[in-house]
Structures are given as C-alpha cells and as structure tokens.
Design a protein around this ligand. Structure first.
Ligand SMILES: CC(C)(COP(=O)(O)OP(=O)(O)OC[C@H]1O[C@@H](n2cnc3c(N)ncnc32)[C@H](O)[C@@H]1OP(=O)(O)O)[C@@H](O)C(=O)NCCC(=O)NCCS
Length: 168
C-alpha cells in the first residue's frame, strides 16, 4: 500500500498522543497513560529530546494535505554494554483498518535504516505474551525472543519506588 514515512515534528504531538492512546487501549492499559501532548512536545522536541518518532501517512491526493497518521514508530537510542549502540523501539502501531498492507514492515524498515545510520548494532523491544500477531510479525524479520532463549525479565522501578529509593 502506498504510504509515506516521515519524521514527526512538534506539530504532530496531538496526533501522536491519540495514537499512543489507541495502542494503550489495544493493550488494555488506557488507565496507565499519564502523559499528554504537552509532555510529548517538551520531551521529544525540546532542547534535550528523549525520543524520536516516525509517522506513516497516506500520500496526499488531488493536492489535499495527507490525513491523520495511520501508524507510528516511537524510539530512542541506548547503549548495550555487550554490543554498543542500540535503538530501543518503544512503540509500533498501525491503525486497525489498514493492517496487513505492509505499513508496519515499512515503518520497521525505516527504523532499521535509522539504527544503522546511527551506528547501532541492534534494535530492542518488548511485546506482550498474548500478542501472537506481533510476535509473528517480528519473527518474520528475524527477531529472536530473549525471554525464551536467555530468560530475561523486564523490570522497572515505578514512581513510588523511585521516590523511596532516592530518599524523597
Ligand atoms: C504489529 C503491527 C504494527 C503490524 O503492522 P501491519 O501494517 O499490520 O504489518 P504488515 O502489513 O507489514 O505485516 C502484516 C503481518 O503482521 C502480523 N500481524 C500482527 N498483528 C496483526 C494484526 N492485528 N492484524 C494483522 N496482521 C498482524 C501478521 O503476521 C501479518 O501478516 P499477514 O498480513 O500475512 O497476516 C500492527 O498489526 C499493529 O499495530 N498491531 C497492534 C499493536 C501492536 O501489536 N504493536 C506491536 C507490538 S508492541
């Protein structure tokens, strides 16, 4: 399917926010989203940007502007002490009515290009146990499941633990 992938700008934050809410709903985590488009503007497009975002759009027809984004990949750069530079893919999402048309793969291809251009050796991401469709999608491009092969568990220190630990 014809779609254009472009880097998001600060003007896209409302649209990105609504896609973030959609993927949160897909994961039954609507209640867990505490950011808003103003936070995205500051964190993605301020002096010290914490993430980058690629948007998929349908090309403009008859001189019209493209409509709302139909998918996105949100990522940031990190570092692996084993392998060096890496890209962490935080979110990948395509709107339900346009899935299975190659848009997700096109976004991933662009993410891979960005990773290589930045000197990254790997892309990391997580997917939830029940999301077999996403696992099949990632399998097809050669991803391997490190929970299965290396028994890694995802851990996090949430806000309360963080405060306690820091003695606040
Ligand atoms: C995973 C996702 C980004 C793939 O995008 P896409 O545009 O459908 O991907 P492509 O068209 O390039 O590839 C399609 C393949 O993805 C897989 N797939 C995963 N979930 C799917 C879904 N819900 N619907 C259709 N295909 C899905 C299938 O293997 C499919 O192959 P098929 O078309 O031969 O059945 C998209 O399905 C999505 O947004 N899902 C919900 C959110 C999600 O799971 N995100 C990733 C995990 S965090």
């Amino acid at each position: 399917m014809g779609c254009v992938i472009r880097e998001a700008t600060v003007e896209d934050c409302e649209q990105i926010m609504s896609l973030i809410q959609e993927i949160a709903a897909y994961h039954h985590l609507e209640h867990d989203v505490t950011i808003n488009s103003e936070v995205l503007k500051a964190d993605g497009f301020g002096a010290n940007s914490f993430f980058k975002c690629l948007l998929a759009e349908q090309p403009a027809e008859n001189g019209n502007k493209p409509g709302r984004p139909i998918g996105y990949a949100l990522y940031y750069f990190g570092y692996s002490v084993n392998h060096g530079r890496m890209l962490y893919l935080e979110n990948l999402y395509v709107v339900p009515e346009l899935r299975s048309k190659g848009i997700g793969m096109k976004l991933m291809k662009k993410v891979a290009e960005v990773a290589l251009a930045a000197g990254c050796k790997e892309i990391k991401f997580v997917t939830v146990e029940w999301n077999q469709g996403a696992k099949d999608f990632y399998d097809r491009m050669g991803a391997h499941d490190t929970t299965e092969s290396m028994q890694w568990h995802c851990m996090e220190l949430g806000w309360d633990s963080l405060q306690r630990l820091a003695g606040n």
